[in-house]
Design a protein around this ligand. Structure first.
Ligand code: ZN
Length: 196
């Protein structure tokens, strides 16, 4: 079932999500919820989605990028479910990115994010894993994990002049953005490295 996505202004989006226990994670209700979260991400062409975006304040988010029409310049990323994720920056460099968000329909804006992140999390079976993400992949992971702390990309937009509709993004900023990211991505041979 495709779930309804909460949008900017809904108070629930500002909640700090709670960690989930292994018992609850492994239960049928939560496993079905994760399936629905993934289905909702696919249906809306999101590069990721967090549980709180459909009203469930638990520390679960998913990412996946496969020929995404919303973001055709993103690197391919396999489906990952992060449960109780913890992030560490592993690259001191940052880059500006025009974030977009299923909960902020129609709007993009420029946000500064680290170019490398390590994630420690459980997968949906409750197994701990560690993975590193680079370039745009790190930006997607940071964006999704921000949702778990009640944050939206608009909180991090330093220059309000960069706020734009997707239409204006395509018209005025997209080409530069794609050129910039193509150069940055060339530095990172892989978007994701599973460490354990
Ligand atoms: Zn979002």
């Amino acid at each position: 079932m495709v779930l309804d996505i909460l949008t900017l202004g809904h108070p629930t989006l500002r909640k700090v999500s709670e960690p989930i226990s292994r018992d609850e994670l492994l239960g049928d209700a939560c496993q079905q919820f994760i399936d629905e979260l993934i289905e909702t991400m696919h249906h809306t062409n999101g590069a990721g989605i967090a549980a709180i975006q459909v009203g469930r304040a638990q520390r679960i988010c998913v990412i996946e990028v496969m020929d995404n029409p919303r973001y055709p310049y993103l690197p391919a990323l396999p489906l990952r479910v992060f449960v109780n994720p913890q992030l560490t920056a592993i690259d001191e460099r940052t880059a500006m990115n025009y974030d977009g968000c299923l909960s902020v329909p129609g709007i993009r804006g420029e946000v500064e994010r680290p170019l490398g992140l390590r994630v420690q999390a459980w997968d949906r079976a409750g197994n701990e894993f560690q993975a590193s993400y680079y370039g745009l992949a790190a930006i997607i992971v940071a964006h999704e994990c921000d949702h778990l702390d009640g944050q939206l990309f608009v909180d991090h937009v330093k220059d309000p002049n960069t706020l734009c509709t997707w239409e204006m993004f395509d018209q005025y900023y997209r080409q530069k953005e794609v050129e910039k990211w193509t150069a940055i991505q060339a530095e990172f041979p892989e978007a994701e490295r599973i460490e354990r």
